[in-house]
Design a protein. Structure first.
Length: 390
C-alpha cells in the first residue's frame, strides 16, 4: 500500500486516505507524506457525502471486502471515477489451501471455488482494474476463473534497486548469527509455520547446531504464541520489531516453512533486501523467483528442509552465492521502474476509454446492477438499525 501511495505521489496525485480502522501508536504518520486522511464509518451515508465532496478521478480499494462495503456508494456518487481493486493477494486461494490442508487432501478446484472466491471474483469483475501481486495468481485468475486480461494488471512489490555499495555495507557471513522467522500472527499460515518450526524443524537443526538460536518476530503475539518460547532449546519469541532491517540483517538464515498461503511473501522479500538467504517451501517461493535461482533452497520435505538450513548456515561460499541470487531477483524482477510507468499508462488509457471498457465488461456491469443492489440495501438496513439503537 505504501508503494502505491508513493507511486501516486510521484505522479502528482492529491491523495486522501480513508479508513474505518482506528489509529494506534503503530499507525504510520501519513501527514508527513502529504497525504490527507479521513475517518469513515461502516454502513453510514456519511461516506457518500465525503466521496461526493472529494469527487476523485481514481478510487483504490484495499482488498475486496472494502469494495463490497463502499463500491456501490462510489458508483452512486462518482460514477465516472476509475475503480481499482488492490487484491493484496487472492484470499480465496489462501482459504482453499488452508481447507485442503485441514482435511489432508490434495488442493483442487473444489476447494478453490469457495464462498470467498464468489465474493472476491465478483469484486474483481465489478472494478475497472484489479492489481495482482503474483504471476501465479494471474494464471489462476485467467485459466481457472476465466477473467479477461483487460481487467487484470500484474503489479508485484515495487522496490528500489540494491546498489553494489548497499550490498557491500550489509553485515557479512561471519558478522551474523542465528536463524530468524518473522510474520504477523493473526495470519493463520504464520501460526501453522511456527508449529512446524517447533515440532519438526528446529529440534533437528538444534541437534546439529547446539549453539544456534531461532528468533521469532511478529506482531500480535498471544499466550498461544508465547508458549513456544523455550530458552533451553534456543527458541525465542521476540514479538513485534520496530526495525525489520536490523532483525533480518543480523540473522544468518531465514526459515520460511509455509504450507499454505497466497500472494508474494513479504518476509522473503525482506530477507532478499537485507541479504539473508532463506529456506522455504514451494508455497513460500510461489511467484518470487521466475527464471532466477532462489536466494536459498526450496523444499517441502522437513528432513531436506533441515539439511538445507544447516548447509546454508555453515557453508560460507554457498551462503554468499544464495545472497547474491537474492540481490539479482530484487533488481531484475521487482525494481520499481519496471512497473510504475506502465501502471499509470494503463490508468490513463482506461480513463480515456472508460465507457467502452465498461461496455466490454458486461459481466461486471451485470454484477454491479444486481450485487450492489443487495449490498446497498443490506448496508442501509444496518444503518437504520444502528440509528434505532442510538
Amino acid at each position: 500500500m505504501m508503494q502505491l501511495i508513493n507511486a501516486f505521489k510521484v505522479k502528482d496525485y492529491a491523495i486522501t486516505f480513508v479508513s474505518s480502522a482506528l489509529k494506534n501508536e503503530k499507525s504510520l504518520n501519513l501527514d508527513k507524506l502529504g497525504v490527507s486522511q479521513a475517518e469513515i464509518e461502516l454502513n453510514s451515508s456519511s461516506f457518500n457525502e465525503l466521496v461526493k465532496i472529494l469527487n476523485p478521478d481514481v478510487v483504490l480499494f484495499d482488498r475486496f471486502m472494502t469494495e463490497e462495503q463502499f463500491g456501490w456508494r462510489v458508483e452512486e456518487q462518482c460514477p465516472d471515477a476509475l475503480k481499482i481493486l488492490d487484491t493484496e493477494d487472492l484470499h480465496c486461494l489462501r482459504k482453499a489451501r488452508e481447507q485442503a490442508r485441514k482435511y489432508k487432501n490434495p488442493f483442487n478446484k473444489s476447494y478453490l471455488y469457495n464462498e470467498t472466491a464468489k465474493r472476491e471474483i465478483a469484486s474483481i469483475l465489478r472494478c475497472d482494474l484489479s492489481l495482482i501481486i503474483s504471476e501465479a495468481e494471474m494464471d489462476i485468475l485467467k485459466n481457472w476463473f476465466k477473467i479477461d486480461d483487460m481487467l487484470l494488471g500484474y503489479l508485484p512489490f515495487m522496490l528500489e534497486e540494491i546498489s553494489q555499495k548497499e550490498q557491500a555495507l550489509l553485515p557479512k557471513f561471519d558478522q551474523r548469527n542465528h536463524f530468524i522467522f518473522i510474520g504477523n500472527f493473526l495470519h493463520p499460515p504464520n501460526y501453522d509455520a511456527l508449529i512446524h518450526l517447533k515440532k519438526s524443524i528446529w529440534p533437528r537443526i538444534r541437534q546439529k547446531l547446539p549453539e544456534a538460536e531461532l528468533n521469532i518476530y511478529g506482531a500480535y503475539t498471544s499466550q498461544k504464541i508465547d508458549q513456544f518460547h523455550d530458552k533451553k532449546e534456543g527458541l525465542f519469541i521476540k514479538g513485534f520489531t520496530n526495525d525489520v532491517q536490523i532483525a533480518m540483517s543480523k540473522s544468518r538464515v531465514c526459515l520460511v516453512p509455509l504450507l499454505f498461503g497466497a500472494g508474494l511473501k513479504g518476509k522473503m522479500i525482506d530477507a532478499m533486501l537485507y541479504g539473508t538467504p532463506c529456506i522455504t517451501t514451494s508455497i513460500g517461493a510461489e511467484g518470487l523467483f521466475g527464471n532466477f535461482e532462489p536466494n536459498g533452497f526450496i523444499s517441502d520435505d522437513w528432513q531436506n528442509f533441515t539439511e538445507n538450513a544447516i548447509q546454508l548456515y555453515t557453508n560460507e561460499s554457498v551462503w554468499y552465492e544464495k545472497q547474491k541470487n537474492g540481490f539479482k531477483i530484487i533488481n531484475n524482477r521487482f525494481k520499481r521502474s519496471l512497473f510504475e510507468n506502465s501502471l499509470f499508462d494503463r490508468i490513463e488509457n482506461l480513463q480515456t476509454n472508460l465507457n467502452k471498457h465498461r461496455i466490454d465488461n458486461f459481466m461486471g456491469s451485470m454484477l454491479r446492477h444486481h450485487t450492489l443492489q443487495s449490498t446497498k440495501y443490506m448496508s442501509k438496513w444496518i444503518e437504520e438499525k444502528n440509528k434505532n439503537k442510538s
